[in-house]
Design a protein around this ligand. Structure first.
Ligand SMILES: [Zn+2]
Ligand SMILES: [Zn+2]
Length: 311
């Protein structure tokens, strides 16, 4: 299997990786969200791939961190406690915000995550209900079972495929789940600023994930997020070509942000870049650690997540 081959994703990565003492991947997912491998399996694979540091960044959940830490301790793989929070842009798109070195056991932080997950679950339940109303016989129990962690539209799509109501995930979205289709329910809106503040509230270091194709990035979003406390910009991401990495590195430098990066590994077949397959300069991990240390010196800013009413 190619998952554990370092550097296969891009021709520019292998030679660098081979020369450097530390190999890192700051963006990975486990079964605590939508990854295919358990946190322990993921850390074992990281060890096999020769990585010495990974960040576990599951969507809206820190449930995998203890297990990843325990496995990492035995294998000499450092695991940074991380998260990836899905947010909505006012313009209609989405933005994901990564958080690193979190005080993840913090009650207010866990409470906010729980609220987020509950709101997303309510949305999925209502989508199933709407589809039932137009005569589709999928069940919430089946959708819930298909999602090992956070439930979302892809799991409803899978249930529809099982029942022969769609031929693929994109077909399910086109026919049933996209805006304007019979099963659509608007999501709870979480602004990226809120995610940044939430992460800072848990003394974490926030970084904007895979930002290259966000239209409003340079003129609008980035200045607003920096004002809200953003400290990083994901630059060395998955399959971004060199010119994109260059552009993002320039942006990060201009705003004094840490250029984070990683594979966004979810498991085979789900994402093109293998675990550890994107070169990330090791000093990025050092800078993240230093930033976290500085945040730890100051009291954490309080923050309570307020989710606007679902329509
Ligand atoms: Zn993401
Ligand atoms: Zn991700």
């Amino acid at each position: 299997m190619s998952d554990t081959n370092l550097g296969v994703a891009g021709g520019d990565t292998t030679s660098h990786v081979d020369r450097l003492p530390r190999r890192i991947d700051l963006h990975t997912h486990s079964t605590a969200s939508d990854g295919l491998y358990t946190p322990a399996e993921l850390v074992r694979m990281a060890s096999t791939a020769g990585l010495d540091l990974i960040a576990l960044t599951d969507h809206d959940s820190t449930a995998g961190i203890d297990e990843a830490h325990a496995t990492g301790a035995g294998l000499g793989v450092s695991v940074v406690a991380g998260i990836e929070i899905n947010t909505d842009l006012p313009s209609g798109g989405v933005a994901h915000v990564l958080g690193y070195h979190l005080d993840w056991r913090h009650d207010a932080f866990q409470g906010a995550l729980e609220e987020l997950r509950a709101a997303r679950e309510r949305r999925a339940i209502r989508m199933v209900e709407k589809l039932n109303q137009v005569g589709l016989d999928i069940t919430w129990a089946r959708v819930r079972a298909l999602a090992q962690g956070a439930v979302g539209r892809p799991h409803i799509a899978q249930a529809l495929i099982e029942k022969g109501r769609a031929t693929s995930v994109s077909d399910a979205f086109d026919r049933w789940l996209s805006k304007g289709r019979p099963g659509f329910v608007p999501r709870v809106r979480v602004l990226p600023e809120d995610a940044v503040r939430l992460i800072r509230g848990a003394r974490g270091v926030p970084s904007l994930a895979h930002p290259a194709y966000i239209q409003t990035l340079e003129d609008d979003l980035l200045p607003r997020l920096v004002a809200a406390g953003l400290l990083g910009l994901e630059t060395y991401y998955g399959e971004y070509p060199p010119e994109t990495v260059e552009r993002l590195k320039g942006l990060a430098d201009r705003h004094g942000l840490i250029p984070t990066g990683g594979s966004d590994y979810h498991g085979p077949g789900l994402h093109p870049t293998p675990l550890g397959g994107r070169f990330v300069p090791p000093e990025v991990a050092e800078r993240l650690g230093q930033a976290a240390e500085e945040l730890r010196q100051a009291p954490a800013p309080g923050f309570a997540l307020e989710l606007p009413e679902e329509e």
